[in-house]
Design a protein around this ligand. Sequence first.
Ligand SMILES: NC(=O)c1ccc[n+]([C@@H]2O[C@H](COP(=O)([O-])OP(=O)(O)OC[C@H]3O[C@@H](n4cnc5c(N)ncnc54)[C@H](O)[C@@H]3O)[C@@H](O)[C@H]2O)c1
Length: 140
Amino acid sequence: MTSVHESFADRKIVITGGLGFIGSNLARRLVDLGASVTLVDSLMPEYGGSLFNIAGIEGKVTVNISDVRDQYSIEYLVHGQDYLFNLAGQTSHIDSMHDPYTDLRYCQMLWIGFHSARPWGPTPSANQLCYLQRELTLPI
Ligand SMILES: NC(=O)c1ccc[n+]([C@@H]2O[C@H](COP(=O)([O-])OP(=O)(O)OC[C@H]3O[C@@H](n4cnc5c(N)ncnc54)[C@H](O)[C@@H]3O)[C@@H](O)[C@H]2O)c1
């Protein structure tokens, strides 16, 4: 079986929502494993992202302040990457009940941008599509 180290060492990895709680902690682990990590985050003030979350590793990651719903940013940022971890999202259950379309757009736009950037790649399953809005690792 392939070890975690073998899977991610020297790989190019993009983490959307990378300045949030889970994304930034994941980034720390992947940096330790020797991955080349790009963090994509909108830093919208109502959400949980902060540069404070990457204190100590800021010189070891690439940070791109972008919105995952921006088709052109995502196509550019995903291009040439080995893995995508999607952790961009809003975490309020109440907000998602009031405004489900925002959650849906997160899922749709990242998915479409992902495929536009690499239309030759494998097509993830329907289960993977459902997971994409929350936590999912896709080999790309
Ligand atoms: N923390 C948990 O216990 C937990 C449990 C289950 C699921 N989740 C899910 O995991 C994901 C991440 O959770 P978290 O706790 O790290 O939340 P978080 O709020 O700390 O991080 C989310 C990040 O996404 C960024 N973001 C939001 N909208 C964006 C957009 N349009 N473009 C780019 N970046 C955007 C935010 O700025 C923030 O940095 C969420 O989808 C959450 O619902 C979290």
